[in-house]
Design a protein. Sequence first.
Length: 506
Amino acid sequence: MMTFGKLFNLDKIGKKFFVPSLIFIVALFAILTVINVGINNALLKSQMEKRGNAMASYMAKTSVFYYTNYDLGALDGFVQEVIKEPDVVYAVFYDENKKPLTVTSRKPANAASLMNYNQEIKDETGKTIGFLSLGYSSKAIAAAVRKGVWIMLLTMTLALILLSIGITFSVRKFIIHPLGKAVAVANRLTEGDLTVRIEAGGRDEIGQLISAFKDMVEKLKIIMSQVSSVTTSVNASANDIAVSVDQQATVASQQSAAVAEITATMEELSTSSTQIAEHSKTVVDLATKTWDNTKKGAAAAETVMLKMNDIHTDSQNSINEIVELGRKSREISKVMEIINTIADQTKLIAFNAALEASSAGEAGKRFGVVAVEIRRLADSVMESTGEIEAKINEIQDSINRLVIVSEKGSKGIQDGIEQTNQTAGSLLEIVEAAQATQEAAKQISLSTQQQKTASSQVVSALREIAAGSGQTSDAIHQISAISATLANHSDSLKELVNVFKLETVK
């Protein structure tokens, strides 16, 4: 018995075609069932709505007579007749204040699950005299829908069984059976049997596949026959190449040994040239370093000379400023003399003012106090000018001593400038000698470098020749190995070709 696991294990073409088709059809039928149920439910509900509205309108019109005559017994009997219908759950008449007038039926608490219809009851003048509340059960709709669903499911199940049988038969007849033949042919081709007979297929894709198998087998027969003959020729040619290559390998080995001896001799000569060139380069480096150092010394001497000139100039400027400072200090002394003269006159004026104030009596008493203060101020000014004059004299003495010291320093700076000029001249002569030494050393180094380059070029050429000889020898050995491998491959290819079964040529 086939389980669901084996059914959904898509290891065969029949399953690959049947299972997806079955799933698609089932899904399609399920969607159609849902759509049909929805449509039927909507139609039944619409019919029930029309029926309920019609019943409510009928009851409202019929009950007007009972309302007008206030015949509640007849109205309650009318309700009893209506609720006898199996789909009607309740029917209640109310007055204009929504007070129940009938007692046979009551509106249930779970009325929200029912189909409820409310209707106003109006008299001939259009005045509202009461209300009607009518409730229908939805069980009839559910029962009708369930019945429709079962009918549709049975119909679809039958259609699904018939469709599955038809699909299975068609797949086996038109797909699986022709593919089985193609698989059998492919298995024989896998075993190398090219004598297989293939019948022409139909016009569909499987028939085209079988025809393609047939064409492929015919072409393989031709190709394998040609490969067999070519393999025999390649094997013979590979053996001839191997003999010739062995002879060339012996000659190449002898040439490589001779070139190696010449190369060793030239390498010794090149080593000696390299050592001479390195020593010459060392001499050039020392000469260049000496020349650079002497140039730096000359530049430093020149810099010192420039600095000494700057110092001499600054010293002269300082002496001139010191002299100018002495002159200005003497001018300050003159100003102090003027201030002292003014202070003396101020004291004299203050004295005269005090005399006048004393002669004026009580009226000049305040003026006398001012005259005394002015006299005191004049005395203070004279004392301050005396102190300033003493300080200025001290400054003038210091300036005179500083002028003498600066003149002595300026003379020493002048002597230093002359000595620096002599040193700079000597350093310039040394620079010229060092430059000549460096140029001579460069010439010697250049000659040795040329000799070294020539030796290196000869050695490089010999090495290239030796390398070329070695590469030639290696290449010949490789060709020999390749020839042997080619012969082995041709033998292997011949064995592989013999695996295929070809028709015997008559």
